[in-house]
Design a binder for this molecule. Structure first.
Ligand code: HEM
Length: 400
């Protein structure tokens, strides 16, 4: 930063220490060289978050959080009357869907390269919290257009809380603000979706980034660099690394706007273009694609609703505990043959569950759902065993 005597930058630096801040956050923050494009997904998530907030603000200007008005405010006012209203709605809907795609890749990268392991446990935990917050934001936002699928998805998922012992039935009424999903539910979901949840997302993103800055980025080999090595073997975040990020962001935006203009239907369920009807349940109720795998785990134990519910809650939260489930001292999947196999089976199973989640849970599909669910949990059971094998191999002088 140029220090012209009496210049505006110097004036600002004396008051905000921007030069020191620039050094810590940008020019003297070193990124390892042995990382690949998957390390750009954190920045892509931030880009999509900004896109969601801006497009959300524009649709919010015409949205009406009232059970009598919501459907028309979205499907008539925003989609037909307001200039470019359709564009902002498509950007918002596609953005929500793509957010989960980039999140899953970001999380998958973290799992494969062992980025959740010490010293990055707080990075992992704050990240996981962001995932849960994002899921809550998507779930509350989905109710707002007040279409048939909005309504019945909210009705189905809130009903799950009924199973919680003792407090369950009262809790459901408290969440809904009524005995069924109704106007009161819409207004409270609206408040959460537009105020509390985005605020928490921004705050925890800042904490997540701060935690990444403190411990530094992991790399493809999962080998930690010392402070000195980071300087000599790394590249400065600004301007070198960011120039690569800008390239990735540009390619991503091309893909994103291709989806917005030409393939937006995938982010909008056709059933949701029918207004919510309390008296008519759609033949199949299913969530958006990004929740399908978890939904399938819920249905997986088709012979016991209670078991299904426990499995569902566990499937949502179990990966949060990875730093304590996988205790192998080797980080990267590149150097862990057994882990690599387990990881790819897990990824294939997640896709399999996602496909099954959209199909009716009857006959063969029911059994396949059960198998998929068991494989999902088998991954987490296998990790301590793989960790132990790897520790033994290391002790007996095996290579990494
Ligand atoms: C709003 C959501 C999120 C944002 C904005 C975000 C942003 C970022 C950014 C910018 C980075 C540094 C660049 C990179 O390594 O990609 C990062 C790193 C990281 N994030 Fe996230 N993240 C989010 C959610 C998550 C989630 C859900 C997880 C996992 C559960 C997670 C786990 C991690 C880990 C482990 C790292 C360090 C990776 C490494 O150094 O190898 N993040 N995140």
């Amino acid at each position: 930063m140029e220090k012209k005597k009496g210049g505006f930058m110097q004036w600002l630096d004396e008051r905000l220490a921007i030069n020191a801040l620039m050094k810590i956050m940008m020019t003297e923050y070193y990124i390892p060289k042995n990382i690949n494009f998957l390390w750009s997904f954190g920045v892509l998530i931030m880009l999509v978050l900004v896109i969601l907030i801006i497009s959300g603000l524009f649709v919010l200007m015409y949205y009406k959080p009232d059970a009598k008005l919501a459907f028309d405010s979205v499907n008539k006012t925003i989609m037909m009357d307001v200039a470019y209203g359709w564009l902002f709605r498509h950007i918002h809907a596609v953005g929500a869907s793509i957010m989960f795609l980039v999140l899953f890749v970001h999380m998958g990268r973290g799992i494969y390269y062992g980025s959740f392991k010490p010293p990055r446990e707080i990075v992992w935990l704050t990240g996981y919290l962001l995932f849960i917050l994002m899921a809550a934001t998507a779930f509350t936002g989905y109710l707002l257009p007040w279409g048939q699928m909005s309504y019945w998805a909210a009705q189905t998922i809130t009903t799950l809380f009924e199973k919680i012992p003792v407090i369950g039935p009262d809790l459901v009424i408290w969440i809904r603000g009524n005995y069924i999903v109704e106007d009161a539910t819409l207004t409270r979901f609206f408040a959460l979706h537009v105020v509390l949840l985005p605020l928490l997302l921004i705050v925890f993103t800042a904490i997540h980034l701060y935690a990444v800055r403190i411990v530094g980025s992991n790399n493809e080999d999962g080998i930690e660099l010392t402070k000195e090595e980071k300087k000599t073997k790394g590249i400065p975040f600004w301007p070198v690394f960011m120039s690569k990020e800008f390239f990735v962001m540009s390619v991503f935006l091309l893909f994103f706007f291709y989806l917005v203009f030409f393939q937006y239907q995938f982010a909008m369920d056709p059933i949701n273009f029918t207004p919510a009807n309390y008296l008519q349940t759609p033949p199949h109720i299913y969530p958006e694609w990004y929740f399908l795998a978890f939904y399938e785990v819920l249905r997986g134990f088709f012979f016991s609703q209670n078991l299904g519910l426990i499995a569902f809650v566990l499937s949502m939260f179990i990966a949060m505990f990875l730093p304590w489930i996988d205790t192998s001292p080797i980080k990267s999947g590149n150097h862990r043959p057994l882990y690599k196999i387990a990881f790819w089976i897990f990824v294939a199973d997640f896709i399999f569950l996602t496909i099954l989640g959209k199909l009716p849970p009857t006959g063969l599909y029911g059994w396949l759902g059960l198998i998929g669910t068991l494989i999902f949990f088998a991954f987490f059971i296998a990790l301590p065993i793989i960790s132990r094998i790897e520790k033994k191999q290391l002790e007996s002088g095996g290579n990494q």
